[in-house]
Design a binder for this molecule. Structure first.
Ligand SMILES: NC(=O)c1ccc[n+]([C@@H]2O[C@H](COP(=O)([O-])OP(=O)(O)OC[C@H]3O[C@@H](n4cnc5c(N)ncnc54)[C@H](OP(=O)(O)O)[C@@H]3O)[C@@H](O)[C@H]2O)c1
Length: 360
């Protein structure tokens, strides 16, 4: 009996996302400390698609399986990809701090990410961001905080049309997408959803996207997008749908730059938005204190966080840093008063390690 109970507890620890608090103030799922399975995309100039897909498995932080091998990218591939990008064509306006999406809607260039912010912490963070001038919010069914975000927006008294809310439905919802969309509308309770994304590819994703298209027709969702879709996935998915995604949201930070994927997406007239700009909780100290980042930050009397966000903007990538700290939230909006030189941009580009910090 005891043995059975122990096995059940062990299985629960291995599957349930129990938060574990880290020294740098962030949280990480406890199971991620025990094991991590990461889907990786490594650039490979010899591969027909331009990159290889693979899996890396780590147990107690030690790599026990890697079927992709060493990074096959060289700095020239990296540099050329950036030069080929024509993101300026998609009306990425640093002066107005907004981008015009491919459907004509306008979205701010910086927002607040709300992953792992729940309850009063989430309500307070969104209220603080709104009073600081932030008008873009990123949430998801999985974050369990759509109600708090909707309430903070309603309580702010700011006209609804000035605020842009992105939410996402999860693959576990793809078999009944209409209920998932109705649930998001009900929880947010802000009349309509500015943009809805599929959280990551999964069974029935085309059907789920088509359900979102139906809600665009009804005026309940204004724009559509995808999250965690890369070159191969986009090539397969796009021919099967009717409304082009306006945005793709993927992991992007100096240690995982996606310099092959970003121009590919932008050249389709789709805006790129980066998640984990500071590497995500558990990795932020390492990134924010990186020598190259802090050296560049000193040149402009700004923080490492601001340099990373500015580097994203200058690549045409919209930023949604997460924070519950009003000082950080404000600091993360103050990214329009300095400009990184091409050399500084390249120095940060050179930090790429193809090091993914989450598995999607
Ligand atoms: N589509 C997807 O699959 C996906 C996956 C993950 C995340 N996301 C989205 O992307 C957003 C961003 O990712 P994230 O929030 O997980 O990670 P992140 O933005 O990379 O890092 C958040 C961490 O950085 C700290 N931080 C924020 N501003 C700071 C500053 N100026 N100085 C120092 N530390 C600072 C925060 O602490 P404080 O609270 O103390 O400021 C928090 O611990 C999420 O919130 C979510 O909306 C999407």
């Amino acid at each position: 009996m005891k043995k059975k109970l122990l096995i059940i507890i062990l299985i629960l620890i291995l599957i349930i996302p129990i938060p574990f608090h880290l020294k740098d103030g962030g949280t990480i799922e406890f199971k991620a400390l025990l094991y991590q399975v990461s889907k990786v995309h490594k650039l490979n100039s010899n591969s027909p698609s331009g990159y290889d897909n693979g899996i890396i498995i780590k147990i107690f932080g030690i790599k026990v399986f890697d079927n992709v091998g060493e990074n096959t990218m060289n700095n020239n591939d990296n540099k050329n990809s950036i030069i080929e990008s024509n993101y300026k064509d998609i009306n990425f306006d640093l002066t107005k701090r907004q981008v015009t999406l491919n459907n004509g809607d306008i979205m701010p260039l910086n927002g607040l990410g709300t992953y792992s912010l729940t309850g009063d912490t989430c309500y307070d963070a969104v209220s603080s961001a709104l009073s600081t001038g932030v008008r873009l919010f990123d949430t998801a069914y999985m974050y369990g905080n759509e109600e708090e975000i909707g309430k903070a927006i309603r309580d702010s008294g700011i006209p609804r049309e000035e605020i842009f809310v992105i939410t996402k439905i999860y693959p576990s919802q793809f078999n009944d997408p209409e209920s998932a969309i109705e649930l998001a509308l009900k929880k947010l309770d802000i009349d309509y959803i500015d943009m809805m994304l599929l959280h990551h590819p999964g069974t029935n994703d085309v059907e789920a996207y088509k359900a979102m298209e139906k809600y665009v027709g009804m005026g309940k969702i204004h724009s559509l997008g995808l999250s965690n879709w890369y070159v191969k996935e986009l090539k397969e998915f796009l021919p099967q749908i009717n409304i082009a995604p306006a945005l793709v949201q993927n992991e992007i930070h100096p240690y995982y730059q996606e310099n092959d994927v970003i121009p590919f997406i932008q050249n389709l007239d789709i805006v790129v938005q980066g998640w984990y700009p500071f590497g995500g909780r558990g990795h932020t100290s390492e990134l924010l204190n990186n020598e190259t980042i802090t050296k560049i930050a000193d040149n402009y009397h700004v923080s490492g966080a601001q340099v990373i966000l500015r580097w994203n903007l200058q690549k045409g990538v919209v930023v949604i840093p997460g924070s519950s700290n009003p000082t950080h939230i404000k600091e993360n909006t103050d990214i329009y008063g300095f400009e990184l030189t091409p050399d500084e941009m390249q120095e940060i580009n050179n930090l790429d390690r193809n090091e993914k910090h989450d598995w999607y």
